[in-house]
Design a protein around this ligand. Structure first.
Ligand code: ADP
Length: 151
């Protein structure tokens, strides 16, 4: 018997969660796809954040729902505007790595007021996108913790 309270055990358990245990498949588009096609991809893939990648699958930008809405307000032909014009671009992208603690990534989502963070792998040509952590990921973990009740 360790003498630890239920709450201490719960805290320890949460602080041990790593990104790789929870990450989902990232949905990516190339820099030259149009805003129109990015909107279609967002609907078809049922995600709120798209990651923009170069030919080596390395991250160059992020597209949120609001980024695409903002670009759609004008009268422009959306199929003529490439996403690299409107995306949030590197080096201003918040990323994480698979060995990071999930709680630290959750903290970044809150502090930076964003919905999703790409999981990246360091490669020669940049940061390859290998996964994603979103607010939905964190919400699921929260619910599973209560439902599983293993402590
Ligand atoms: P929405 O704009 O749909 O509410 P977000 O809150 O995720 O979605 O995005 C807010 C802004 O932050 C957008 O301009 C988006 O491009 C940018 N953004 C989203 N995710 C990231 C990220 N991981 N790193 C840097 N900027 C991001």
């Amino acid at each position: 018997y360790t003498g630890k309270t239920g709450s201490e055990l719960l805290t320890e358990k949460i602080k041990a969660y790593k990104v790789y245990e929870f990450q989902h498949i990232p949905i990516v588009v190339k820099e030259n796809v149009s805003v129109y096609d990015a909107i279609s991809t967002m609907f078809l893939e049922d995600v709120g954040t798209l990651f923009v990648v170069d030919e080596n699958a390395c991250i160059t930008g992020v597209l949120s729902r609001k980024d695409l809405l903002r670009a759609s307000i004008g009268q422009q032909d959306l199929s003529a505007i490439p996403v690299h014009i409107i995306m949030t671009r590197m080096p201003n992208i918040t990323v994480c790595r698979k060995e990071d603690l999930l709680i630290d990534v959750a903290q970044k989502l809150i502090n930076n007021q964003i919905d999703g963070i790409p999981v990246v792998k360091d490669v020669e040509s940049g940061l390859e996108v290998v996964g994603r952590i979103t607010k939905t990921t964190i919400t699921k973990v929260f619910v599973e913790l209560i439902m599983d009740d293993h402590i």
